[in-house]
Design a protein around this ligand. Sequence first.
Ligand code: CAO
Length: 447
Amino acid sequence: MIKEIKLPEIADNVTTATVLEVLVSEGDKVGADDMLAEMESDKASFELPSEVDGVVKEVKVKAGDEVKVGQVMFTIDTEGGDAGEKEEKSSGEKEEPAAKEEKKETSEKDEAKVAEDKKQADREPEKEQEPQASKKEEVSSAPASDKPASHVPASPAVRRLAREIGIDITQVKGSGPSARVTEEDVKAFAKSVIQGKPSVSSGMVDDFELPDFSKYGEIRREKMDTIRKITAKSMAGSWQNVPHVFQFDKTDVTELEKFRKDYSKLVEKQGGKLTVTAILLKLSALGLRKFPKFNASVDMKNEEIIYKDYVNIGVAVDTERGLIVPVIRDADKKSITELSVELGDIAERARTKKIKPDELQGANFTISNLGGIGGTNFTPIVNRPTVAILGVSRSQMEPIWMDGEFKPRLMLPLSLSYDHRLIDGADGARFLRWLCEAMQNPLVTMF
Ligand code: CAO
């Protein structure tokens, strides 16, 4: 039976991904958990598993290819192997010699690129003054590297060895020609880790040794689905690479709540629900225009800041499949009614698996409202390549000292997590305070 291995649906803002490296060749025997390719989307690097036991029949991609969600990348002859997956027939013919030639060419190109990178690094010694600029030089005890694993010169067998023993290959210093990482390098690195020398994981591989939980009671193991894997990897990657700062504030939404109730019928007639999230979408969009750093991305490779002249906002939606973040485009140009209708629509479609992949792409900022569930505050993780995320908790009545007496006011707790590489504390506090004031008095947005 032939199993087609496709680029899976990736919910978090990803419709395509680039092949960093093909890890298998036609004719290779693979197990269900073996990785076939290293991939990179605009959000995270990840590995594509085989899903089934069998023999690689066709390799339909090569390093550097951009692959669409759903595109067939490999076919595996399962030889009766079983992963409990739907089997699909393929009419593809074996193109072994051509594919092998292509692979050879790719690896030659990789070698050339590595040599060129090295030459470039040698030509620019002054750039090595800053600590992060030493990225050309992999050091075993260096901080987690931003460098994709594919840019580390190593053979697939060495990569596989590193993966199998839980070593992040980007942390290994290569001793071979053009700093190529050899089997010995990986083993030596592993030995140094065992002996307690410092090492840092990129977050893509968690090499924490789990205890045997079954010693304490019954356990059940379950495979992570695609969304969980992507969320786990991209959140770990963001957490380890983005220096987070968390800012908290509260806004008095007593008047806003009256407005919301008064205007809810009007919005309902247009097919939307006037919620605090819809209002925050509008005000945040205006805030992103006023504070462009929050609508930007950090390009550390080129040491540049990318400012965007459009305001797309992702909204975290809690679904049965897990967290999905559809994106509302040009939020600054839409009315609150339009945003309410669109939010209701995309949240519903995210929950019913009807969201299109391109609707999950291109956010500049994210809103995560957990207030419908509860909680007094939380610290959402900034989702690379955005630089900030707004956390919204549950509004509640509180006694607020006003005009010489305590008055019951509806207070909404807001938290802002942001990337300190770009945004400083004062910027963060100003942005969040502005948003709080805009919630209390939307006239603020006109200044
Ligand atoms: N404080 C108090 N009540 C709130 C609230 C808040 N911050 N936010 C929402 N509510 C209320 C709403 O008013 C609504 O009440 P009624 O049914 O009485 O009108 C109820 O909670 C449900 O709101 P909603 O979910 O219909 O509407 P919404 O537009 O505010 O939220 C959405 C939409 C998609 C953001 C939300 O449904 C959701 O999925 N939230 C979870 C997001 C998440 O998982 N975040 C974590 C990501 S990890 O960072």
